[in-house]
Design a binder for this molecule. Sequence first.
Ligand code: NDP
Length: 434
Amino acid sequence: LRRNPGEIEFHQAVREVLESIGPVLGKDPEYAEHKIIERICEPERQIIFRVPWEDDQGEVHINRGFRVEFNSALGPYKGGLRFHPSVYLGIVKFLGFEQIFKNGLTGLPIGGGKGGSDFDPKGRSDREIMRFCQSFMTELYRHLGEYTDVPAGDIGVGGREIGYLFGQYKRITNRYESGVITGKGLTYGGAQVRTEATGYGCAFFVEEMLKARGTSFDGRRVVVSGAGNVAIYCIEKVQQLGGTVVACSDSSGYVVDEKGIDLDLLKQIKGVERRRLSAYAERRGTDATFVAGRSVWEVPCEVAMPSATENEITGKDAEAMVRGGCMAVGEGANMPTTPEGIRVFQQAGVSFGPGKAANAGGVATSALEMQQNASRDRWTFEFSERKLQEIMKDIHRRCLQTADEYGMPGDYVAGANIDGFKRVADAMLAMGLI
Ligand code: NDP
């Protein structure tokens, strides 16, 4: 705490992992002897830089850019870039820390990192976004490389931004290094299913959790928060699996549509027109209601898939959700449930899939994109989706198996943290004091 003052989200993420891995440290004293915990909590490298850019009126703006290269024991640093006004070092470090264990859990050769900027893309023109991305990459490029550090998207960074970032990297370095960034467009080295992967993967993970309870998505009432990349493809896959998504949200409020969210309309409004969610209700007519400024978690559901941002489900929300019949929660976002919320769910016997496990499909598919780039190969959509589903099933199986092994049956949080930690810690031990 003294070493990282004010970084509250980072403290929260570290505390959650450390609370889970006590039994591992008890069983294997080597980790403590070699100070693995102290080492794993300290990023290998943190880069903070100035991002100057000019808006359409010629006014100059200065933002702050970040890249935290947290741990490369398993592979090159891998993790997204977030553009949102709330971004500061504490957020980037929490995301980077989570990413280490998530990436370990996938079983793929990727280390953990995260980055971003306090730039607010809302209301900015395409040209402004491009100029910002170019300026951001003009500093960041020197720290990246397919064997060093490979960013991707996150909040505020989608296909458009990845294109501008990759273009500037290519221009500055004079290298067509496809594997330096993931989430690329299909016309220039992107992989099938990467856009859909986090949302689809989360739905596959929850499907496994429901199977473990002897049930399925069929006919279930589902609420998904957010209306961005993760939320949209989560809704799409849940609908394909037979669930009815009755509500979703953005930072202005939420929309309830009892007949089920009209996905084409949602994609048009959020993805193409980049408008607020109220426009969905206006266009959908009497079937949908928009509720401004309130939390979507007041809408009762059987399955909850928070896919917007951190700490969106409080202890009070969780209590109301349990009373409303919620039986499973799969975190599409990173750390969307507060520690109190997690306690409420677990004590009530709700199957709780933490982000580290449930949303790992995005980064796993990024690793598949790197694999295709390295071999100059292109896989089909069907093949890639099958791979993603296998990975999510495997993560689910390992979470349960590890939780069982350490005497905490059904505890996905402990299973994910312990399995991810052991993979990274064992590699660190093998490499000596680095
Ligand atoms: P997007 O920017 O595409 O969408 C984010 C959505 O969440 C938007 O609807 C946004 O509303 C809403 N939102 C963001 N911040 C807030 C806030 N402070 N309060 C209320 N609503 C908010 O991001 P993604 O879908 O990519 O990311 C969503 C979550 O998933 C994040 O936690 C991210 O870290 C996590 N994640 C993403 C992965 C990916 O592959 N993209 C991989 C793994 C995890 P509005 O548009 O109004 O701001």
